[in-house]
Design a protein around this ligand. Structure first.
Ligand SMILES: *Cc1c(COP(=O)(O)O)cnc(C)c1O
Length: 375
């Protein structure tokens, strides 16, 4: 049996008619940059994320970059984040002129360990980016307490977790809506994926909304009048039209992912794989949207090859922690600085996860895991 790690064609097969109609409308209008489709999506995403505002930008990476510029990051400002995340989180800090400062993760959730944040803060710490990795929100309550007390801005990297929720002071909040601003990605393999690159900044702060709107249009409100130096970073109408169609299905897809995560959990428990394959742990404060279903295993690389041979595609997010990337050598980190992140890089494996994954496929995947570990 062949089990891909994602299957976007299966999703498209169901949406073909609606998607083609939406794209056709944009083609007939010949309006491609911003415009009514983008404004409509911004309203829909703000409402979905329970924020006052949303601003469409060219990618999730740019949502972070423009967000950092909007909160006032300047050359030399320190920005704390996790070394166990997609490169864009730290890349955006660098490109905004900031200095990435890493704090290790909680080995159970893979998210920033709030207990280690304060020790890394200095008078130059200006912002912090918690990453809601694999679909599970980071532990925001202690993060917001520490940053609030120290006057540090917070940008949520919600690129993998639109729709996820966190229980903050007794009530549930959407990922991206709890801090100064939230950054969403519409990269095709994210839970809400476009037809190419796209992203959005969500916020309750009108000033930050206005800043991101300025920054995405070369720093100008009026044509040829520039208040600040910004970027060309806009969401286009084709993306917005496609995303508006898909947004209607997002909750259904998130529930389908949760259901499949539960199926993996129980199949692995039944197979007695507990000692070899440790499934994701979702904390009681979080509702994950399982952008990925990531297990920790021994002999990871050997297992990945074995599974590939059996037709099961998997992925390693992420093989190298950011503090050990060549481009960040100048920051002076070394191996051993963040043991939980380094261990995760050696042990994680993302199993196939998408709403159209069938029970038979999941049984097949777990059967292969059993054959590898319990021959
Ligand atoms: C995907 C992703 C990004 C970047 O989003 P793009 O739309 O690909 O630019 C940023 N952070 C994390 C954690 C991501 O997974």
């Amino acid at each position: 049996m062949k089990v891909p790690s994602v299957d976007l064609r299966a999703q498209y097969a169901r949406l073909r008619g609606e998607m083609q109609e939406a794209i056709h409308e944009v083609l007939e209008s010949q309006g491609f940059i911003l415009g009514p489709k983008v404004e409509a999506l911004e309203t829909e995403i703000a409402s979905y994320c329970h924020t006052a505002y949303a601003v469409g930008v060219a990618s999730g990476t740019d949502a972070l970059l423009l967000g950092l510029r909007a909160v006032g990051i300047e050359r030399g400002d320190e920005v704390i984040t996790s070394p166990f995340t997609f490169f864009a989180t730290a890349g955006a800090i660098y490109n905004a002129g900031g200095v990435p400062v890493f704090v290790d993760i909680d080995p159970v959730t893979f998210n920033l360990d709030p207990g280690q944040i304060e020790a890394r803060m200095t008078p130059r710490t200006k912002a912090l980016i918690p990453v809601h990795l694999f679909g599970q929100p980071a532990d925001m309550e202690p993060i917001l307490e520490i940053t609030g007390r120290r006057g540090v801005k917070v940008l949520e990297d919600a690129a993998q977790s639109i729709g996820a929720e966190y229980c903050l002071q007794g009530s549930w909040h959407k990922a991206g809506s709890m801090a100064d601003l939230g950054c969403i990605s519409f990269f095709p393999s994210k839970n809400l994926g476009g037809l190419g690159d796209g992203g959005m900044v969500v916020t309750n702060d009108k000033h930050l909304r206005d800043q991101v709107m300025l920054l995405r249009m070369h720093g100008g409100r009026t044509k040829y009048v520039h208040e600040i130096v910004g970027y060309n970073s806009r969401l286009d109408a084709l993306q917005a039209a496609a995303l508006s169609v898909k947004l209607k299905y997002l909750d259904e897809w998130c529930n389908a992912r949760r259901l499949r995560a539960g199926i993996y959990d129980s199949l692995m428990a039944q197979a007695g794989l507990g000692g070899n394959v440790r499934g994701p742990v979702i904390q009681s404060y979080a509702k994950s949207v399982f952008n990925q279903y990531v297990v920790r295993v021994e002999r990871r690389d050997e297992l990945q090859k074995f599974l590939q041979g059996r037709g099961v595609s998997t992925a390693v997010y992420y093989p190298i922690p950011l503090h050990l990337q060549a481009c960040f050598k100048y920051l002076g980190y070394k191996e051993g600085d963040f043991p939980a992140s380094e261990a995760a890089c050696h042990e994680v494996l993302a199993l196939p996860m998408y709403p159209e994954l069938t029970p038979a496929m999941q049984e097949y995947v777990v059967a292969q895991l059993s054959e590898f570990y319990i021959p």
